[in-house]
Design a protein around this ligand. Sequence first.
Ligand SMILES: [Zn+2]
Ligand SMILES: [Zn+2]
Length: 394
Amino acid sequence: MKKEHENNPEEIKNRYMIYENDLKTLNNFLYHNPELGNEEYKAKEKHLELLIKNNFIEEKVNIENKTAYLAKYSSKNKGPVICYMAEYDALPEIGHGCGHNILGVTSIGAGLILKDYVDKYGGTVIVLGTPAEETNGCKVDMAKVGIFDNIDVAMISHPTSKGHYSSGTSQAMEALEFKFIGKTAHGAGNPSDGINALDAAVNFYVAMNSLKTQITSEGSICGIISNGGVAANIIPDVSVLNYYVRANTVEYLQELVKEVKKCAEGIAMATGTKVEINNYEYSFKNLVSNEYLSEIYKKNLILQGINEIFIPKSKGSTDTGDVSHVCPSIHPSFPLTKSNISGHTVEFAEATIKEEAYEGMKESIFALVLTGIEILKNEKILIKIKEEFIKNKK
Ligand SMILES: [Zn+2]
Ligand SMILES: [Zn+2]
């Protein structure tokens, strides 16, 4: 008689072997063909090729973004809808320095394996292609238009180094552009006829440095002067600064943004310039991990003999934050290597295609799949996950 070993990582390992070569080939292809956010046409095509080859169906997503996709596999029997979110955008100059090539492949691997258990227990598995995480994170729009309304849990596992990390928090963020407008004049001939927009920018930059020292550790401000004039002998009539303002909660972010805007307006008044303030990229909400779901994922790492799971201390922002406000979510990380390498570097990109990276990826895929199976099998688990989600929303 055939024994039921579905919750045994050994059984999942055998199923992984079926897809391993295709996953590695896809990861290598993406590494060698990095595409910036919203331009990930090749990545989308290759992702879908592998999913459709394995009986997933592409469904239209109600979103303008052309490089987004939704691939779905449903059982004839009703059950939970489990979503693995894929990313596949790269960074300028350094390619997949954030490892979104292997991130997307991890989600596809989890989706392909969970598919077999959807057949057995009922329900649906979705692999959701979410473009442009590094810039105009598409998950923000997806959350807004209701794509997650019919999804029970959303999971994503990001590459990192050193070891596995549990799902933590991320900061809410606003990307603000400040354009100071003055008046040109000859820098030596008649400087007093001009209104120096660069002076306003420098004053603002200094004011932001002062403000940084007065905010709590729950917030952060960083930025650059992206346009400081065109020639040394022309009084600049335009200057531009780009800033990221972040905070642990949406409420504190709103407070900080108010302060920052007040500074810009004050400096415009003092320097005789005008200031235009715009959001140059999407704003992200903070990540609220579903702890119940996160504990199941961690338990399924421990089941594989992984005993050291780090608690993340990262202060970045991600569009998964917006997802976590509309659907129970987790965003853990898996190691590409045991040594310490920073994200957003060429070294990190190179690490994504080394054999060692596939060890961490495999462990994360197994934990994602085992977590999915538990939700499909035992309806009480989803009830607990949703109870926590509703409590957090209050
Ligand atoms: Zn990144
Ligand atoms: Zn990333």
